[in-house]
Write a protein that binds this ligand. Structure first.
Ligand code: TMP
Ligand code: ASP
Length: 235
């Protein structure tokens, strides 16, 4: 597979066309942003860690029957994935109160929910990714009703699989963000990435943060947290 023209450059990844129509190559960067892009920085080694971790998790999910965009890991930072049209929704599943949930509803971080929650944001930088419900998503024609239902059930199933996997690595999966894409035949697959950029990972015993919150909150030890997550998953 050969890279041809760059299609797109996002905050954390670049996407290239290839000599195969249905396949694109994703290249993970060490760049990090937070606070709606206001805060910018570099997390050395992040690109390679996110690439390898996301690929590993996508393959784990595939084995459990979840379709994903994953095709082949090409190098430390580069992966071939199926070309999809991204459903412009950020799908967030939460097991524990943290981040915007804790802020928005005025509760302490760390409260464990009886049941996981799901929420959607409209993936639109100009509007700052506003929260919306499934009726809004249908009204805006971001997805139809049956697609939303399918996305919800996939998201909860993915949460069950990942929660159990991370528990075996002594990690609490607090919450995470998913994006889904449509293949040319209209079927929906898990896309984007699953990594310490897009998940909250806390140590199972101490609740130490092992994810991008260390960057978002200027806590220090950012690279160390990514490396620790890599060790726990692969070590
Ligand atoms: P939140 O509490 O800030 O809404 O974040 C929930 C989860 O979603 C958390 O694991 C981080 C992830 N996330 C992203 O991947 N991208 C984003 O732009 C935001 C705001 C959150
Ligand atoms: N990456 C997102 C941004 O730059 C937010 C985040 O991950 O916190 O706004």
């Amino acid at each position: 597979m050969k890279k041809t023209v760059q299609l797109y450059e996002g905050k954390a990844k670049k996407v290239f066309e290839t000599d195969t129509d249905s396949i694109v190559i994703v290249s993970y960067k060490d760049d990090a942003t937070a606070l709606d892009g206001l805060k910018k920085g570099t997390i050395t080694g992040k690109g390679a860690i996110n690439n390898r971790m996301s690929n590993f998790l996508m393959q784990l999910l595939e084995k459990e029957g979840i379709p994903t965009h994953f095709v082949e890991e090409l190098s430390d930072r580069e992966t071939a994935v199926k070309k999809v049209s991204i459903v412009p929704l950020e799908v967030i599943v939460r097991n524990v109160a943290a981040g915007h949930f804790a802020q928005r509803y005025g509760v302490e971080e760390g409260i464990v929910f009886d049941e996981p929650t799901i929420e959607f944001s409209y993936k639109n930088d100009d509007l700052h990714d506003p929260l919306l419900n499934s009726y809004h998503a249908v009204a805006l024609k971001l997805a139809d009703k049956s697609e939303i239902q399918h996305i919800k059930s996939m998201a909860f199933r993915i949460n069950d699989i990942l929660k159990e996997f991370f528990k075996s690595k002594n990690v609490k999966l607090v919450d995470f963000k998913m994006e889904f894409g449509r293949l040319p035949d209209g079927s929906i697959v898990l896309a984007d990435e699953i990594s310490p950029d897009t998940c909250r990972f806390w140590d199972l015993e101490t609740n130490e943060k092992l994810d991008k919150d260390r960057f978002r909150r200027d806590m220090g030890g950012v690279e160390g947290a990514y490396e620790e997550m890599y060790r726990r998953v692969f070590g």
